[in-house]
Ligand binder design. Structure first.
Ligand SMILES: Nc1nc2c(ncn2[C@@H]2O[C@H](COP(=O)(O)OP(=O)(O)OP(=O)(O)O)[C@@H](O)[C@H]2O)c(=O)[nH]1
Ligand SMILES: [Mg+2]
Length: 417
């Protein structure tokens, strides 16, 4: 199944304003709020709102000063045609230029000897990471490198073909057949997809003691030809997984400036969306929202699991459950089971459990049981009203900091959006 996707990356204009740890709340919800201070974790459940310094976490917003964006949002269906997360590409290196056979001749120098130059070599086709790209949609189905120029008389060598760069998004996996040949997961990564052909030799090259007038010249070689499969694995720090309608997209809208569609029917989200959460210390955490998973997704029920490739590389996960359904804790078991079916060990990544829709009475009643089952680790909140969002934000930061520390200890390069 061809999974197409599009993700929205919007960095709020207010993000760089000083004194804002986080700024992306819809105005209607938080209008009039001052700022949030970092309260002790135990007390966070009750949301103490304090209008005191120091400003650590601000949900009042730059938005309020900002004019609403007039940019028209694309529907999920349209996004599908804009965002491509896998592509088959035929790449062929440039052909080498031909060598030339000719002889030097000038007045009073009848046998000037061979002077046919070599052809230039063909240009390579190179895949190069471009951090601005977020989809493979700009990648065409075929690329042919630039040909080398033919050689010339008077020992002139042909010019080599220029390199042809194909820009791909960060997180592109290059496969040939079933074999992974390159993983372009860091900024600036390059991969030579097809080598250019060698240039041919002119007759000057064949000059030898026993052959003073060679007429032989060779033609340039064709470039390498390969069929490659590009697969995009979105690179975000956190990946949100949950059943359809759990409120993942609502949550992403609430904590970042991304605008995924929200509706009361399942499978509203068809494409991954990435939103950026901005913290006061200028840290930016990318959070990905993917389509909903249902029980049996590994047997291709619902939208299947193919889109999980977009959270495969997330450093930590957010399990989002709808607390208003009967026995919401079973959702977590089902989600973990499906993740394990997709990739072993995926469900054991560092994670947080987000119990959404706490504003509903039946949800509030379910929270103590869920907490008891999870040892008090669930974060009860409401994406709709904004209740207790800051506990989630702090937990995301905690998980991110742990990941940063672990990466530094192992000497890994950190990636930034
Ligand atoms: N009462 C209440 N409703 C919510 C809350 N969060 C989301 N909803 C509603 O739940 C419905 C589904 O929300 P979405 O954000 O689209 O859910 P989703 O998990 O992204 O769903 P899919 O994209 O289909 O997987 C919408 O009608 C939301 O308005 C909440 O905190 N409280
Ligand atoms: Mg959604």
């Amino acid at each position: 199944m061809a999974v197409c996707a599009y993700f929205i990356l919007k960095i709020p204009a207010g993000a760089m304003m000083s004194g804002k740890l986080f700024s992306a709340r819809p105005r209607c919800v938080l209008e009039g709020l001052g700022c949030w201070t970092q309260a002790p974790r135990a007390a966070l459940g009750r949301l103490p709102l304090q209008h005191t310094a120091p400003r650590l976490l601000s949900l009042s917003s730059a938005d309020s000063a900002k004019e609403p964006s007039r940019k028209k949002l694309l529907s999920e269906k349209k996004l599908k045609s804009h965002f491509v997360d896998h592509r088959r590409v035929l790449v062929r290196g440039g052909r080498g230029g031909d060598g030339v056979s000719c002889f030097h001749s000038e007045p009073r120098k009848e046998f000037g000897g061979p002077d046919g130059g070599d052809g230039g070599s063909g240009g390579h086709v190179i895949l190069k990471v471009d951090r601005q790209l977020k989809s493979l949609s700009s990648v065409l189905s075929q690329y042919r490198g630039f040909d080398g120029e033919d050689g010339g008389s008077k020992n002139c060598f042909g010019r080599s073909g220029a390199l042809l760069y194909v820009r791909v998004p960060m997180g592109t996996l290059v496969k040939e057949g079933n074999e992974v040949v390159a993983d372009l997961s860091r900024p600036g990564d390059e991969y030579v997809a097809a080598l250019g052909g060698a240039g041919g030799k002119g007759n000057r090259f064949f000059l030898a003691n026993d052959n003073r007038a060679p007429v032989t010249c060779t033609s340039g070689e064709p470039g390498q030809e390969r069929e490659l499969f590009l697969e995009l694995k979105t690179m975000a720090h956190a990946g949100m997984v949950g059943f359809p309608n759990a409120g993942k997209s609502s949550l992403l809208r609430a904590i970042s400036n991304a605008k995924p569609a929200v509706a009361a029917y399942p499978f509203t989200t068809l494409n991954p969306h990435v939103g950026i959460v901005h913290y006061e210390d200028h840290q930016q955490v990318a959070v990905a929202d993917v389509p909903g998973i249902i029980r049996g997704a590994h047997q291709n029920r619902g939208l299947g699991l193919a889109f999980l490739r977009h959270i495969e590389r997330c450093r930590f996960l957010l399990f989002v459950v709808d607390l208003a359904v009967p026995e919401p804790w079973t959702q977590i078991e089902d989600l973990k089971y499906e993740l394990e079916k997709y990739e072993r060990g995926l469900s054991e990544r560092p994670h947080a459990v987000v119990a959404n829709k706490i504003d509903l009475p039946q949800a509030r009643a379910n929270l103590p049981t869920l907490q008891a089952r999870l040892g008090g680790k669930a974060i009860g909140l409401s994406a709709l009203t904004g209740e207790n969002l800051e506990e989630l934000l702090l937990r995301i930061k905690e998980l991110h900091d742990e990941h940063v520390a672990a990466s530094r200890a192992q000497g890994h390069q950190l990636f930034r959006w």
